[in-house]
Design a protein around this ligand. Sequence first.
Ligand code: CP
Length: 304
Amino acid sequence: SKDLLGLEHLEPDEINLILDMAKDMKKIVQSNMKRVNYLQGRSVITLFYENSTRTRVSFELAAKYMGAHAVNVSVSTSSVAKGETLIDTGKTLDVMGSDIVVIRHSQPGAPHLLAKHINASVINAGDGMHEHPTQALLDMFTMQEAKGGLEGLTVAIIGDIMHSRVARSNIIGLGKMGAKVRVFAPATLLPIGIENMGCQICSSLEEAISDADVIMGLRIQKERLKKALIPSTEEYARFFGLDVHHLAAAKKDVLVMHPGPVNRGVEMTSLLIDSDQSKINEQVTNGVAVRMALLYLLAGREEH
Ligand code: CP
């Protein structure tokens, strides 16, 4: 397909292809040179209408490591601020010769709309509360690398599930790959229809974590919350926050993950974030490898 808009429409074989290719790309990320010519002559534009550190920088580095021209559009200082529509901005980037546009937007479906109107490939780097497919791919890569496979794993996702596009993409992706997903969330932060998403809804942290292979914490997304629904930071930390003592109920070799950015002491204690079982830094490194694989699959040169 021309675009990567979500995991909803990917087949397990396609997910495996991306994860396999990311293994080779990780060797490049960890090499001294960090330079191959798989994307020489290609242009990759990052167009982020919402804040980002990890996703934006890793796409830019992934493009540069493969020899592409990488350009970031600073939305707040672009002509978006003068009222230009998403489609017009996309078409403008298109006619400048962009091969791939990586977009993050607060509106669910914005990448899909853009993809319909431009020739360049579009990658969804997070659309509102909908999907964050490249995050889920790097999460699955991290789990597969540490555990040897995804089938049969039990993954507990804890916290603000409703506003989390990361949770949604992981529930979809992990389900397709044969893993079991459990969720535990404040009652007001479970999305409508969660019972039809193929995951187990737990009524306590202990139930979610028991014998888990992976525990994933989530940031409370205050920017998307209606004030009345927000548990206080103290409540969230007390009832949904994770600490090292919680690991006792999980499998001995449990992985602790978080998509970042983390609010230390809220969804996870510093002790847990910096523990040996934490894969949070590895997730970030793997994000570059997975995004290299995606850029290559969408626009890589045949001959290099
Ligand atoms: N996980 C994630 O998407 O992080 P950023 O918001 O920093 O890109």
